[in-house]
Design a protein around this ligand. Sequence first.
Ligand code: KG4
Ligand code: ZN
Length: 352
Amino acid sequence: MQKVTGDISILAIESSCDETSASICLNGKILSNIIASQKVHEQYGGVVPELASRAHMQNIVPVTDTAIHEAGHRLEEMDAIAFTQSPGLIGSLLVGSQFAKSLALALNKPLIAVHHMQAHVLSNLIDDPKPSFPFLCLTVSGGHTQIVLCKSPLQMEVIGETIDDAAGEAFDKSAKLLGLPYPGGPLIDQYAKKGDSKRFPFPEPQIPGFNFSFSGVKTAILYFLQNAGKSYVFKEIFSSTEAERKSFIDDNLADICASIQARIVSILLNKLKKAAITTGVKNICLAGGVSANSGLRKAFKEMGEKQQWNTFIPAFEYCTDNAAMIAITAYYKYLEKDFSDLSVTANARAEW
Ligand code: KG4
Ligand code: ZN
């Protein structure tokens, strides 16, 4: 695509966890979004930080090259270079940040540091129709679960978050208890489609305000499976043999998955509803990898219709970790001239 003077082109890099991604954005429109997922972690049942950093080192140059070519641009045409500064695995973040800083130095262009969680929220501004401000966003990923009140692109406040596990972790840890491979969230979603979600009513925690907790549900599932389904209310572990547990899971997998999914979804949506009623905000968005969950999407839409919300869910490729969301956030930062010094560094856990 031919660039016209006055246009704003941004190259954005995302490398916070186990996805290496690069995106080109022209005047707030995404032209390319290349994502290389790292399969190496599957055999370990979770992301191995050292392997993630090495894979980013291997992927980052070809992924960026592909993103630039797919957008029909040249590197020299970029007006700024953006990257994910925080939060994430420090080794992974360092690869992306050093690469972005080197490019900004070589091209003599501004550098834009982006907060990954802010970018998840703004993934809702990539495609039309976009939410108007203020809006609430429920961000649900493998590492985070937050309700964010967004007053303008760069003015956001976290009004609720998890006090223990993230929603994605709750899915993945439950799946692990069922003997499913990592990441188990999508598999629970798949099995749940054929199951009865009311069969095993796992408890809903009573947490004040807009905060979430998933550790109680996880423990209830653990005991329930250790009892081979004899009880989900007992707080003690009753003995059941490995074979009993396995055959109980095999015989009831769809119902167990549907029941787990329904409880995680109800914990999320009940808090979101409370936040919407309390704030009076009617524009409500989802973001993050767990928003791919079909049960959550359906229940979210249904709640939206009942509550007369305007609901928004980004396209799937913008829900999981991706550089397009970093690019769109960087675009709004560019408009505000919110640039970073070349001495800026990655941070595993920065506040925002
Ligand atoms: O946002 P994301 O791609 O990466 C993080 O920043 O964490 O989210 C990944 C999480 C994983 O926990 C994965 O199991 C979960 O999203 N996930 C799902 C589904 N697709 C992805 N969980 C439930 N149902 C799904 N369909
Ligand atoms: Zn993420």
